[in-house]
Design a protein around this ligand. Structure first.
Ligand SMILES: O=C(O)CCC(=O)C(=O)O
Ligand SMILES: [Fe+2]
Length: 491
């Protein structure tokens, strides 16, 4: 989902220029209590749709809640170490990724989540492995709010939140004893497993259905005025990224810098790596039902609410929009909203889960894809069945170039990404272990190929032109690999 082809340098320049223009001033933003809010929404934030909690079945809310709490209890939410402007930083929110078997999802340059079909918590709904790629937004430094802390702190943090929630009885309609039942059921009992998987799948299906009867919702007081959903759906979401954060356990949240909207759980960003105009649907669940925020003075701008911030990308003149969310509310970013605008998540006072659904662009992100790429490269390698010795079947510079590109792709986009943090998820899901071993074997054969190419160009007996081309191609591939390996070593 590239909004523009700006290079990092250009973005930096643009950002600096805007910040200079802005000086010390904050840009204005509007919330629901402010006059002109709806007009601003209609004129500058079309594509944003709010779907109130009451438009989804009550059972779905309570099932989703059980699923979230069980996942948290099992430690499935992990903070991702992402790459932001050449720095590695931990996301403030903890995440888990669900999706099709063998599919991966990229954001901000790292494999983050890693589950798969058949595992206890996710059968029926599949988990996957996430790659991260450099963000392309102008605010990529805060594109995901993050802080450089040791990953181990996450464990104590999760433990803290768990006990905190129990103490405060912050579990919404469910009492603590019932969470126990959920987690016990989910272990040995297949029926219990299904109970945990279904809600996430069901959420995805409910949110993918665009045919919301506005009239019906209006009567129930559910609809947001002037924000009809177009009947374009249902859409087939292929990625579910779950987020979790307890603000009480997070002491170093950044302040939203441009508008003064408050503390950010997720900084300004565009969602990356989606098919063009993929809608993004987000279900928001906060652990205490925001009663405090609703009734207190200041209402929606009350800091106890979780809120979404939206802004027009590269624009310091259009006011920002701040949308408070009550537990069970969902919102959609439709049409080109995600590419023309940025969004952030503003932390409320209680712990909150969100289930985000998207259509990821995954043509180069599946296991089947990388396996077939490896086969392409290895088709130029012959192994003698008798001796096991290897030889090259094609000796052209273009073949060499092609093989070395695949070699780099499997090493840097898959193996290193996996070993960097994708592997953390093996304790919940071993699905990727075997395929990764196979990819590593393929990679090893490609190392053999590189050595054979090297022997070839070092062979003084070989004729001039071709040998020179081969040497140049090889040198450039090896230099590139060397640099990339150095970057990974530094990480
Ligand atoms: O939690 C939310 O409401 C949205 C989170 C988000 O922007 C993301 O995961 O990309
Ligand atoms: Fe997002």
């Amino acid at each position: 989902m590239k909004r523009s082809g700006d290079s990092e340098g250009e973005k930096r320049r643009k950002r600096r220029k805007l910040l200079q223009e802005l000086g010390d001033q904050k840009i204005s933003f509007l919330g629901p209590r402010d006059r002109g809010f709806q007009q601003l929404w209609d004129s500058s934030y079309t594509g944003l749709v709010l779907r109130r909690s009451c438009s989804l079945p009550v059972e779905l809310h309570s099932q989703a809640e059980s699923a979230f709490l069980t996942l948290r209890k099992k430690g499935c939410f992990l903070r991702d170490l992402v790459r932001v402007r050449d720095r590695d930083v931990f996301t403030a929110v903890s995440r888990a990724l669900l999706g099709e078997p063998g599919h991966t999802y990229r954001y901000l340059d790292t494999h983050v989540s890693h589950f798969k079909e058949g595992e206890r918590l996710f059968h029926g709904e599949k988990t996957m492995d996430t790659e991260v790629k450099q963000g392309d937004d102008e605010d990529s430094e805060d594109s995901k709010n993050s802080e450089g802390v040791d990953s181990d702190s996450r464990h104590s943090e999760d433990a803290d939140t768990e006990s905190k929630h129990s103490e405060e009885g912050c579990s919404g309609p469910k009492a603590e004893g019932e969470w126990e039942t959920v987690s016990k059921n989910s272990k040995p009992n297949p029926k219990g497993q299904e109970d945990n998987e279904k809600p996430v799948t069901q959420l995805k299906h409910s949110l993918s259905d665009y045919h919301i009867e506005d009239k019906e919702n209006e009567e129930a007081g559910c609809s947001q005025p002037n924000s009809p959903l177009l009947c374009t759906g249902p859409v087939k979401f292929n990625v579910t990224l779950l987020n979790y954060m307890d603000p009480a356990a997070m002491s170093q949240l950044k302040d939203e810098p441009y508008y003064g909207m408050g503390k950010m759980a997720v900084g300004w960003h565009h969602d990356e790596n989606l098919v063009t105009h993929s809608p993004v649907a987000v279900y928001s669940y906060s652990c205490c039902h925001d009663q405090k925020g609703e009734s207190s003075e200041g209402g929606s701008s009350d800091t106890s609410f979780w809120k979404i911030g939206l802004k027009v990308a590269w624009d310091i003149h259009t006011p920002g929009l701040m949308l408070p969310l009550q537990s069970g509310d969902s919102y959609y970013m439709r049409d080109d909203l995600n590419s023309t605008h940025q969004h952030c998540v503003l932390a409320g006072h209680v712990a909150r889960f969100s289930s985000t659904h998207r259509v990821a662009e995954c043509s180069r992100g599946t296991l089947a894809y990388i396996q077939s790429r490896c086969q392409e490269a290895l088709s130029y390698l012959r192994t003698d069945p008798e001796t096991g010795s290897h030889s090259l079947l094609a000796l052209l510079p273009t073949t060499l170039q092609h093989c070395e590109e695949i070699h780099n792709e499997v090493e840097f986009e898959w193996l290193r990404q996996y070993w960097f943090q994708g592997r953390r998820y093996t304790r919940f899901c071993s699905w990727w272990s075997r395929p990764m071993e196979q990819l590593e074997n393929d990679w090893r054969l490609m190392e053999t190929m590189t050595n054979l190419f090297l022997v070839l160009v070092e062979d003084d007996g070989r004729a001039g032109e071709n040998r020179r081309d081969m040497a140049e191609t090889l040198l450039s591939a090896l230099t590139d690999r060397h640099q990339q390996r150095q970057t990974w070593r530094d990480r």
